[in-house]
Design a protein. Structure first.
Length: 579
């Protein structure tokens, strides 16, 4: 049966993002723009999972949950709540057993698909257990001693929680006992403790990767000479599939594990290459030899094996595995010799499932450029201190994939399409060569785009947008504005850049301000700008996250030409652009 996802959200941007995220998946996605419509749809035909926004036009998400919970037809449907302030709203949903997860806005396509899939599989586990055949006798790879030790470790960790049951009974009321005690006792911290206790005990019995004859054949294979590794990784990411990419170089094999299109783990079968650069305390030779042997045969990082015998601190594993995997992949990106094989759906080892840390592919490309930028390439690309750059199409969406350095952010804040490289170097107070290298790197990864020089006074009209963009508001608006006039320069201000300073440096035709995010500063910014006679033709627009008549009145008095509530229609802005 095709799984169905019901999305209850009034934001066209979020709805489109979810629709695109679940393209080419098995999910059938349906939408409701109001809480009432969502409740009616869920009752009439219960979906497999509900993706619920916290703020809706007619009610809050907690009100929706209350109505769903009161109806037997929808009470058991699992729910994921979406909110820009997920930590602040959790307590409002504590009484609803059907609320299984929270996701912050903005979210990535890979994250939302993975969360929905995990929840669906978890809630369908009883159904699968009832139809799957029992394992054959002797199929378990755990010895009796391992099972006994594991049971003792679980009891030791659970004993303090179990002692709380008499006290918790006072609050049970009419709640289903299983759900009530599971929520109270099985906390994320407890589960983490259980895993830490079991990992050293179970060891290799549960850590073996799938064998080559495990039923998953390579879907395609080839040579890196014909397909660059970065392009291959990008292609596999776009498919949103899970599996293992194995790349064989001269002397070692690299494995990159994918989950829903994201690279979540990278390792290799060469322990010396893998451990390079890591700081380790003294390890007994016999333990190190065992760890090296495991990595050569299975790819399991030496640090995981050491942690299993308490020779390495488990809490330090996740960040270390991410760093070493990132370094391996960056080194491999420059290789043109090697063969690859992709195995879709390949079963990932437990150590991959335990420590997944998604790696941003654009971020990896930027890291590689930071390490290996060739100055002759920079000079040829930028062609002199008078070169002009602007933020590329889709900048607001793309920049979230990068961890930019302080100097990169400083340079990026000065790139506006009219500021030449020489001016940027002067304003950023950085060496000119470093400025050039930063602009080159940001252009290579698609954050900046080259702009043709213009004569003074012939600059394209500028639209400035001051919005934190937590709900993906900026990019759809940029597309609409460009459809109206391709000459328009649409620039989203970085959150740290003062609005008045940006307006004074490069006067725009239209300024759009998220007044809900700026608070009282929104009115003060309008009053300051209106006091500048040279900006008499500037049109000011304030945007509110929710209707607020009193605030709208204050903003109009402060000097805004219009005040709108999200989502705004392009027809609202058109008269201001034509003025």
């Amino acid at each position: 049966m095709t799984p169905r996802l019901l999305v209850i959200d009034d934001s066209p941007t979020i709805r489109k993002l979810v629709e695109l995220s679940f393209n080419n998946t098995e999910w059938l996605v349906e939408f409701a723009a109001t809480g009432r419509d969502g409740v009616d749809r869920a009752r009439a035909r219960p979906p497999s999972v509900i993706l619920l926004d916290f703020i809706l036009p007619d009610m809050r998400g907690s009100d929706v949950c209350e109505r769903l919970n009161a109806d037997p037809r929808s009470a058991e449907t699992p729910i994921i709540v979406m909110s820009a302030k997920q930590d602040d709203v959790r307590e409002l949903f504590a009484g609803f057993a059907s609320v299984a997860d929270f996701v912050g806005k903005p979210f990535t396509a890979g994250d939302i698909v993975a969360r929905v899939n995990r929840l669906f599989l978890r809630t369908r586990a009883p159904e699968r257990a009832s139809i799957e055949p029992a394992p054959a006798a002797g199929a378990s790879r755990l010895s009796y001693a391992q099972k006994e030790a594991a049971a003792q470790a679980i009891y030791t960790r659970l004993r303090p929680q179990l002692a709380l049951i008499p006290e918790l009974m006072k609050d049970l009321g009419n709640a289903p006992p299983a759900t009530f005690f599971a929520r109270k006792l099985l906390t994320p911290r407890l589960i983490e403790g259980l895993f830490d206790a079991l990992l050293p005990l179970l060891g290799d019995a549960v850590n073996q990767p799938a064998s080559d004859d495990g039923g998953t054949a390579s879907l395609f294979e080839g040579r890196l000479g014909s397909v660059p590794l970065f392009e291959l990784l990008t292609f596999l990411s776009a498919t949103r599939k899970s599996g293992e990419l194995r790349v064989e170089f001269s002397g070692y094999v690299l494995s990159a594990y994918f989950k829903s299109g994201e690279v979540v783990f990278v390792t290799c079968n060469d322990p010396e290459r893998y451990a390079r650069g890591a700081s380790l305390d003294a390890i007994r030779p016999e333990l190190w030899a065992r760890a090296e042997s495991a990595q050569r045969s299975t790819g399991k990082p030496v640090f995981v094996t050491l942690a299993e015998v308490s020779a390495f601190e488990t809490s330090e594993l996740a960040p270390l595995l991410e760093r070493q995997g990132r370094r391996l992949l960056i080194e491999a990106l420059g290789s043109v010799q090697g063969t690859f094989a992709w195995r879709e759906g390949a079963t990932a080892p437990l150590w991959v499932e335990a420590f997944p840390r998604p790696l941003s592919l654009p971020g990896l490309a930027l890291d590689r450029l930071r390490q290996s930028t060739v100055w002759s390439d920079v000079e040829r690309s930028l062609s002199g201190p008078d070169a002009l750059f602007e933020r590329a199409e889709g900048f607001s969406r793309k920049v979230q994939k990068f961890a930019l350095s302080e100097n990169e952010r400083r340079v990026l804040a000065l790139v506006d399409g009219d500021c030449r490289l020489a001016e940027i170097a002067e304003r950023a107070d950085l060496p000119e060569r470093e400025i050039w290298e930063i602009v080159y790197r940001l252009a290579e990864v698609g954050l900046l785009a080259r702009r043709d020089s213009r004569e003074p006074g012939d600059a394209a009209p500028l639209v400035l947008i001051a919005d934190p963009d937590v709900d993906r508001f900026v990019e759809p608006l940029r597309v609409l504005l460009h459809e109206f006039d391709r000459r328009l320069r649409v620039v989203a201000l970085p959150p740290e850049q003062p609005v008045v300073e940006a307006v004074r440096r490069d006067p725009p035709k239209l300024l759009i301000v998220n007044a809900s995010a700026l608070g009282n500063d929104a009115a003060r910014a309008a009053e300051t700008v209106r006091a500048m006679p040279e900006l008499g033709e500037l049109r000011l627009v304030a945007v509110l996250e929710a209707p607020a008549a009193e605030q709208a009145g204050r903003l109009t008095t402060a000097g805004y030409d219009a005040v709108f509530t999200k989502p705004i229609a392009f027809s609202d802005l058109e008269p201001l652009l034509e003025a």
